[in-house]
Design a protein around this ligand. Structure first.
Ligand SMILES: Cc1cc2nc3c(=O)[nH]c(=O)nc-3n(C[C@H](O)[C@H](O)[C@H](O)COP(=O)(O)O)c2cc1C
Length: 108
């Protein structure tokens, strides 16, 4: 919760807060997402994953907003003594697969 709170407090364009944080608590879901990535296999072994999703219609800087929220969460994890790593999926070949797995609307 502290990590999510750090993400929630990130600045965003026009205070749009265009993000949703999807907690990947289920091991099988983490494994499926991990298998879809090119450099994120370690997600399968992680205690939890956080998918950072932004709504491009909610902000004119949604990618930057999502990125800064992610950085806030990585820093919070570090302060708490937890290991964490960004796995990039936006614009990649597996973005569509991950959207399906996590029930993220495709049209956005
Ligand atoms: C946009 C972005 C995407 C990244 N994607 C991955 C990834 O898919 N897999 C991975 O292991 N690390 C990924 N990283 C982490 C970088 O590899 C890492 O931050 C970099 O090597 C520097 O290491 P440090 O953060 O420990 O200083 C990503 C980082 C960023 C900013």
């Amino acid at each position: 919760m502290e990590i999510l709170e750090a993400g929630r407090w990130a600045p965003s364009a026009g205070n749009s807060q265009p993000w949703n944080f999807i907690l990947l608590k289920d091991k099988q879901v983490r494994k499926s997402v991990a298998d879809a990535t090119t450099n994120g296999g370690f997600l399968a072994e992680a205690a939890v994953g956080i998918a950072v999703v932004v709504d491009p219609e909610a902000s004119n800087h949604s990618v930057e907003d999502g990125a800064i929220a992610t950085q806030n969460m990585l820093l919070a994890a570090h302060v708490l003594g937890l290991g964490a790593c960004w796995i990039g999926s936006y614009g990649s070949v597996y973005e569509e697969k991950v959207k399906e797995m996590l029930d993220i609307p495709k049209e956005k």
